[in-house]
Structure formats: C-alpha cells, structure tokens
Write a new protein. Structure first.
Length: 156
C-alpha cells in the first residue's frame, strides 16, 4: 500500500504540473495562440493532450522507480533533478502562453531539456529503468524546443 501511495503522490505532482496548461491553454482555447503562424511541422492541437498524459504517467513512474531503487550516492541528486525538471516544465507554459514571450519560453525549454538529459544520465547509474522511462519525454521536449524556436522566428 505504501508503494501505491508513493506512486500516487508522484502522479499528483505531475497532475499539478499539467494544470498550468488549463490556466494558460494552447490551441483553439487561446485566441493569441490561434493567431500565430504555425511552423509547417506543427502537430494538430488535439495531439498534445494524449501525448502529455502518457508522458506525465512515465515521469511519475520514473520518480517512483527511482525512490524504490537501491541506495546510491547519486540518488538524492537524481531526485532533486526530477523536481527541477518538473518545476521548469510548469514554468514554461505561463511564459509561452500566458506572457506570450516566445523567446524567453525558448530559453526555459532549453533549461528544461538540459535538466531532463541530466536526470537521465544521472538516474541511469541508480536505476536504468527509471532513466529509460523519461527518454520519450526528452524526445518530445526536443521536438517542442524546435517547435518553440520556430514559433519565435515566425512570430517576432
């Protein structure tokens, strides 16, 4: 029961992180975003919800696996990096969609990407499975950073 409660706590952390998307939505719910010139490779708006749902489940499960991994000298730092990437994840949405600052959002998403990659590298030493679970997240954030950059360039 304790392990289930731990996973639920981590999932709730990711659910809180995702709530920024409800306060500062993208897509048709945001007239500013709807008026932006889209890069040619921008995915349809309906894709973001399912992708982020899966990614948040993986992010929560990664933290859960990390917490229950064998003791390792780098485990506390890995847990801290998990928290950092989640905090940067939360901050990006209000900057991009709320403040409508595509340039600063790009810098934040680069910091987010660096924190995710650092988390993967460090966590791999503690729990390869926990690290592997966030690889799809790192791929998506890489794509999102490229997308963010192109929105910035197309919408000065």
């Amino acid at each position: 029961m304790e392990k289930l409660a731990t996973w639920i706590v981590f999932y709730l952390c990711t659910a809180v992180a995702s709530s920024a998307g409800f306060v500062f939505p993208l897509g048709d719910a945001n007239p500013w975003y709807a008026e932006l010139t889209d890069p040619w490779f921008a995915p349809p708006n309906w894709l973001f919800g399912p992708v982020w749902t899966i990614l948040y489940l993986l992010i929560a499960t990664s933290a859960y696996r990390l917490v229950y991994a064998n003791d390792h000298v780098q485990k506390p730092l890995a847990i801290a990096l998990w928290g950092l990437q989640l905090a940067l994840n939360v901050i990006w949405t209000p900057i991009f969609s709320g403040a409508q600052n595509l340039e600063i959002a790009f810098y934040y998403i680069i910091a987010l990407w660096l924190s995710i990659v650092s988390y993967i590298v460090l966590t791999w030493r503690v729990s390869p499975l926990a690290a592997a679970l966030v690889i799809p997240y790192s791929i998506w954030v890489t794509f999102a950073a490229i997308l963010n950059y192109n929105y910035w360039q197309l919408n000065p």
